[in-house]
Write a protein that binds this ligand. Structure first.
Ligand code: BGC
Length: 509
């Protein structure tokens, strides 16, 4: 007979993150946060035309939710981790929640806009002194005890909720390429990131969450030397990748997904296909809106970057990551004067809807990871005219909303930015948005979102006999035919969409 200790261990193993358990986005409904939907409502109320229609579509799309301060963990409202997990757990079938684990000491060392609350050394005003020497022992202790451990505890308290966790955007990429910056190169920051993130991975691996580690984007780590430096960090940190599914790409950035080129390495793990002398020529997979090819960076889109991450990880770590790509805001890939401008660029558009139809076995899903509509950082003056506490000069770049005449000032990172979300809606790349499906009867809990994801993106439609812009597939039966059959809630929502869009035509069939 199994004694209770053995039984507990067996159960624990059964529920632990298990990479071989497959794509966590498959076969589950994706959770949409009602608190986030309420933010959309404010913008929808003052929008019109296609912007309004697209906002109504975007409102129902699942995205990741950022646990960017300690007190969000035990917050039981829908803005907090426990509130979100409880809301998902209360559904007939708990829905997949995607959370961003984002609070490493001396966070966002290269920039200012997202500097965090945990410091290796505090200044008298309570903010981080990024250049103070030391080993960050206190900051690390605070991170482990007051952020990582309670985060893990909260996950364990909701064993029924399928969960994806993205680990610490930008941090390890900063160590790979920005050590020349005194705030990143400082030993305290380096120690904080390396041992803090190694600890977080180690602890999170014991839970049932599926983990993706942030790998920035191709326009940052796509150069082969940057990529090698980044992947080598994991070796140095002694991270066991066995409980990690892969990387999160393009978080909060704007690189296009694109298509993956043939693998024709010209040196090491660098794909020479699109580079000068390569055979790619005008192949669509070499489309290069950010002018990276002339700088010998072949990761002109995120599919090519996924391939490069995979090749370098296999070579250096003997590990084959399977990744996710943030498509929340990458619907326009050539709208900036300079692709280095990352803070609230104008003219951007929402990208592809979350989907597991990625076309690549090394990419689990396209997903909205930076919650669209949430600011990247504030302009020097906040919308209310007071000073931005974390002003980053990149938020005053020539591409940033707020630097052009007639544009509004931008709010703090993470705050709702009405002007920006309307631009994202107006320029959304994939315009065939399904209309919002009516919400289920409101109960005592906050109104539940419709089953997610909405029934799109419907696969590229085969040429319909009588194409119409609104009815995917061109007829009711064709539309229903291309609805994804799993999970059933998604299928049903898709059928409803087809009925709403195609019925008048269907009577002709
Ligand atoms: C901010 C976070 C915010 C997140 C999602 C980040 O850039 O630093 O505070 O929660 O974006 O909007």
């Amino acid at each position: 007979m199994l004694n209770s200790f053995v039984l507990a261990s067996v159960l624990k193993c059964a529920s632990s993150a298990n990479v071989s358990s497959g794509n966590p986005f498959d076969g589950v409904t994706w959770y949409v946060n009602p608190a986030n939907m309420a933010e959309y409502d404010g913008s929808i109320a003052t929008a019109s035309g296609s912007t309004k229609i697209n906002l109504e579509g975007m409102k129902n799309v699942a995205s990741a939710y950022w646990i960017d301060v300690k007190n969000k963990i035990d917050d039981t409202t829908l803005r907090g981790m426990r509130g979100i997990l409880a809301d998902s757990a209360a559904k007939a079938t708990p829905e997949l929640v995607t959370l961003m684990h984002y609070n490493v000491p001396n966070r966002d060392c290269k920039a200012v806009a997202s500097n965090g609350e945990i410091c290796c050394t505090y200044k008298s005003d309570g903010r981080c002194d990024y250049t103070a020497a030391g080993d960050c022992a206190e900051g690390l202790n605070e991170y482990k005890k007051e952020y990582v451990d309670p985060f893990v505890q909260a996950i364990n308290d909701f064993p029924s909720v399928p969960l994806v966790v993205v680990i610490e955007p930008d941090s390890l990429p900063n160590l790979a390429t920005n050590l020349g910056n005194a705030k990143c190169g400082n030993m305290a920051t380096q120690t904080a990131y390396k041992s803090g993130i190694a600890y977080a991975i180690q602890q999170l691996q014991t839970t049932h969450a599926t983990l993706y580690i942030d790998a920035a984007h191709g326009g940052w780590l796509g150069w082969d030397d940057n990529l090698q430096a980044f992947i080598s960090l994991f070796k140095e940190m002694g991270v066991s990748t066995s409980g990690v599914r892969g990387f999160a790409q393009n978080v909060a950035n704007y690189q296009a997904v694109g298509t993956m080129c043939p693998w024709e390495p010209d040196q090491g793990t660098r794909n020479g296909y699109c580079l000068p002398g390569g055979s790619g020529g005008s192949d669509e997979c070499c489309r290069d809106p950010c002018k990276l090819v002339s700088q010998y960076n072949p990761a002109v889109n995120e599919m090519n970057f996924a391939q490069a991450l995979s090749k370098a990880s296999q070579e250096i770590l003997n590990w084959s990551p399977i990744n996710i790509i943030d498509t929340g805001r990458n619907g326009v890939d050539d709208g900036r004067q300079d692709c280095a401008n990352w803070c609230n660029p104008r003219n951007m558009g929402a990208g592809q809807l979350p989907t597991t139809s990625t076309g690549s076995p090394i990419v689990d899903a396209l997903y909205w990871l930076k919650t669209p509509g949430e600011s990247d950082g504030c302009t020097q003056e906040l919308p209310d005219g007071t000073q931005c506490p974390r002003y980053d000069t990149m938020c005053g770049s020539s591409d940033s909303i707020g630097s052009g005449s007639g544009e509004p000032r931008s709010p703090e990172a993470g705050h709702w930015f009405d002007y920006q979300v309307k631009e994202l809606a107006e320029n959304a790349c994939c315009t065939n948005w399904p209309p919002p499906v009516p919400s289920p009867t409101p109960g005592p809990r906050p109104p539940s979102p419709v089953p997610t994801p909405l029934p799109s993106p419907l696969p590229p439609t085969p040429t319909p006999p009588t194409p119409t812009p609104d009815c995917p597939g061109g007829s009711l039966s064709a539309c229903i035919n291309i609805c994804p059959h799993d999970p059933s809630a998604v299928y049903q929502a898709c059928v409803q969409t087809c009925l709403a869009r195609c019925t008048s035509m269907d009577f002709q069939i």
